[in-house]
Design a protein around this ligand. Structure first.
Ligand code: ADP
Ligand code: MG
Length: 467
């Protein structure tokens, strides 16, 4: 009988709604002219009631005749102690508590979730910070795809194939900045769109409050009216089944209505543990783009931009030093800049390399600042895949000779050891061997560009330490 009802329903709703809202329904029993269907949640039930009452009525009357009635059995969440399905019947549903609640909430649909409750106005708040813009988001190889996809979405929210747009990357790499930049761009754009930014944590808390206060309806109403939903740090939903289910429904509703959804996560979707597959599979509908740690040049550009916006000038060698030394994430880079500025102004000192180094040592605990011959030897041995002993041995094998000469060259450049002392550290060779090595490396760098690049690449790690 239910299959027949579904056939009627199918004719009246689109494919996506059908698979979202009707496929999950399980026919429970038929009792005379009363059909009981089992639905996965209270929310699901309310949603059917709100949106598909007419279709369901039609199906029931068509198949069961004029006396046909529909009852729902709602499966209570597993997290809940009562595991029994409970019953809600329809069509008496008009006076059901759920519907009474709904009317009341419609009047104040925005208020409970207007997150700026301090603000008495009824305008909808986006929760966007105006500082996060595309202009202040420096482009680099590290973020090119995410940034340009974000820009495309900002110009045509909901219309591009980047729906949802999922941005992922480690902590402090600019996820929040980028997605808020998209939000700001849309908000300040020509169309009157309601953009909403929310952290997943806040989303979970609102949902929990909604349950506690029996206010789920206004929660969903609120979220379903947005044009652009930005939900940050989605990994926070891990293991929160009920919130995920709710998010799933909101997601479907928004997506169906061509509303833009933008999400961030601290890891790739495939590594998101504790998120339901049906949710993860939805994420694949759009575009997933990652953010990486900016490379050296991009870090320089970020520091310069930041200093410029603070109206502060710092010497180039300090900028370089910071860009070299802080390679963890952008937030840390900013942290170091801020303490540098603060120290300089408190102590009324010029921002100098000396000051930067002192501060750096206080903040970054594991920073090694000395370049020893041993360190150079180890690093060259690793680079060329040989043993440190080989550098000191008598071998004249070509690869080893090169590695040895490179190590001597770096020792000359980055340590204060005399030629004699360097020779001594390389198996007791004399100073003329060291001079010869330095000369040979300089010659090679001149004639072989790829060798020169390799040397410059290796040099970075010594440079960081030798500031
Ligand atoms: P996440 O959300 O990934 O943890 P944030 O968006 O909070 O990181 O970024 C941390 C800080 O780094 C912010 O102050 C942000 O403005 C800055 N930032 C990150 N990436 C860039 C970038 N490409 N250009 C300029 N600032 C950046
Ligand atoms: Mg963030």
């Amino acid at each position: 009988i239910w299959t027949e009802c579904l056939r009627v329903v199918e004719k009246h709703v689109n494919e996506q709604s059908f698979s979202t809202w009707f496929k999950p329904i399980i026919p429970a029993r038929i009792d005379g002219s009363v059909l009981t269907i089992q639905v996965p949640s209270q929310f699901f039930y309310e949603w059917l009631e709100d949106n598909y009452v007419e279709v369901l009525k039609l199906a029931i009357k068509t198949i069961l005749g004029a006396n046909g009635k529909l009852e729902y059995a709602v499966v209570v969440d597993k997290g809940n102690s009562q595991n029994q399905p409970y019953m809600v019947s329809y069509p008496q549903g008009v006076n059901s508590p759920a519907n009474a609640k709904k009317k009341e909430n419609l009047a104040s649909a925005h208020s409970p979730f207007d997150l700026s409750s301090l603000d008495e106005q009824t305008t909808l708040q986006s929760n966007l910070s105006a500082n996060y813009t595309f202009t202040s988001f420096i482009e680099g190889d590290c973020n090119r795809l995410a940034r340009s996809a974000g820009f495309a979405v900002a110009n045509k929210p909901g219309i591009t194939s980047f729906n949802p747009l999922m941005v992922y990357g480690g902590v402090g790499l600019g996820k929040t900045h980028l997605v808020q930049a998209i939000g700001n761009e849309i908000k300040n754009g020509p169309d009157d769109k309601f953009v909403l930014y929310v952290s997943s944590e806040k989303f979970v808390n609102q949902f929990m409050d909604g349950i506690k206060d029996g206010n789920i309806k206004s929660f969903t109403n609120f979220y379903m009216q947005v044009d652009v939903l930005i939900i940050d740090d989605i990994q926070f939903l891990a293991g929160k089944g009920r919130t995920q289910e709710m998010f799933f429904h909101i997601f479907n509703h928004l997506h169906q209505n061509k509303k833009q959804i933008i999400m961030t996560s601290d890891c790739a979707p495939k590594d998101l543990m504790g998120l339901e597959d049906r949710l993860l599979s939805r994420f694949k509908w759009g575009l997933t783009a990652d953010l990486q740690m900016p490379d050296f040049e991009t870090r320089i550009a970020i520091i310069k931009k930041k200093m410029q916006s603070e109206g502060i000038n710092i010497p180039d060698n300090v900028i370089e030093y910071l860009a070299y030394t802080v390679d963890t994430n952008v937030r840390e880079l900013e942290g170091v800049m801020i303490s540098l500025i603060a120290h300089a102004s408190l102590s009324r000192l010029e921002i100098s390399l000396e000051l930067a180094k002192t501060i750096m040592k206080n903040i970054v605990k594991d920073i090694e600042t000395e370049v020893s011959i041993e360190f150079i030897q180890q690093s060259c041995a690793d680079y060329y895949g040989i043993k440190v002993e080989d550098l000191k041995a008598k071998t004249r094998k070509k690869e080893i000779v090169i590695a040895r000469q490179v190590a001597m060259y770096f020792s000359k450049e980055f340590t204060n050891h005399s030629l004699k002392s360097i020779g001594y550290h390389f198996g007791g060779r004399d100073h003329s061997t060291v001079i010869h090595a330095v000369q040979a490396i300089n010659d090679l760098m001149e004639t072989d560009p790829s060798f020169r690049n390799a040397i410059q690449e290796q040099k970075k790690q010594f440079k960081i330490r030798s500031y």
